[in-house]
Design a protein around this ligand. Structure first.
Ligand code: SAM
Length: 225
């Protein structure tokens, strides 16, 4: 079978799955921008991550369903700072940047928004574009996860939390080990809306270890200098 025929077949399989997926339908009915909303809702139901008055940073936020969930759960009290490579339609209560989180400009934007305030929750649902070469894709993904972890360690409050999308396979155990060094508790979550056949899971780190949060003070000092 030629590449074009293969693509068409997998494209129509994807479309079939998409239109018959109960979470896609539910998202349309509930007014969420994507089915991903139910992943965060499910994790939040179990772990109670979102509360009014929080400061939340959402990395890889487009089209914006996690932001919608955050704003709702926070009862519109608090702040959501969102970044994505793709444009995202505005949402009340969300300050967003169309930009690449791996670029220094994204960090500058976040630092300017946060000033010296710390963050309660860092969310990263970032996923790079798939090249099809598994090892390359996994490596790119974990580069994003590590940057998000660095950001979380520099900016989280002592009782803060970091939720990050990862894919099991090459790199997973190394990254989980980094999470265990960084947080007092690390949990794996596989929300119901995450497709069974996907190796996607979420790692949740809670209570960053004291020693790491000192990084924040030096980051803020260097910004102020
Ligand atoms: N949580 C989102 C929601 O609920 O609507 C869905 C996120 S989607 C699965 C992953 C997103 O990560 C994509 O929109 C993609 O553009 C973004 N992304 C990938 N690499 C990125 C990067 N370097 N900087 C910012 N966003 C990135």
């Amino acid at each position: 079978m030629g590449q074009k025929a293969k693509r068409t077949k997998s494209g129509s399989a994807w479309m079939h799955e998409h239109v018959t997926d109960p979470y896609v339908k539910k998202a349309q009915l509930d007014g969420y921008r994507s089915r991903a909303a139910y992943k965060l809702l499910d994790i939040d139901k179990r772990d109670q991550l979102l509360r009014p008055g929080m400061t939340v940073v959402d990395l890889g936020a487009a089209p914006g369903s996690w932001c919608q969930v955050a704003v709702q759960k926070m009862k519109k009290q608090g702040r959501v700072l969102a970044i994505d490579l793709l444009p995202m339609a505005q949402l009340p209560g969300v300050e967003s940047l169309e930009g690449d989180f791996t670029e220094p400009s994204a960090l500058v934007w976040l630092e300017e928004k946060l000033k010296s305030g710390r963050v309660d929750l860092v969310l990263s649902d970032m996923a790079p574009n798939i090249s099809g070469v598994m090892l390359t894709d996994q490596a790119r993904h974990y580069e994003l996860c590590e940057l998000a972890l660095d950001f979380a360690m520099a900016w989280l409050k002592p009782d803060g939390a970091f939720l990050v999308k990862v894919f099991q396979g090459v790199g997973f155990e190394d990254f989980r080990a980094q999470m265990r060094l960084a947080f007092k508790q690390v949990h794996i979550r596989k929300p119901e809306a995450s497709r069974d056949r996907s190796t996607e899971v979420y790692l949740l780190g809670r209570n960053p270890l004291e020693i790491e949060s000192a990084a924040h003070d030096s980051a803020v000092t260097s910004l102020q200098e």
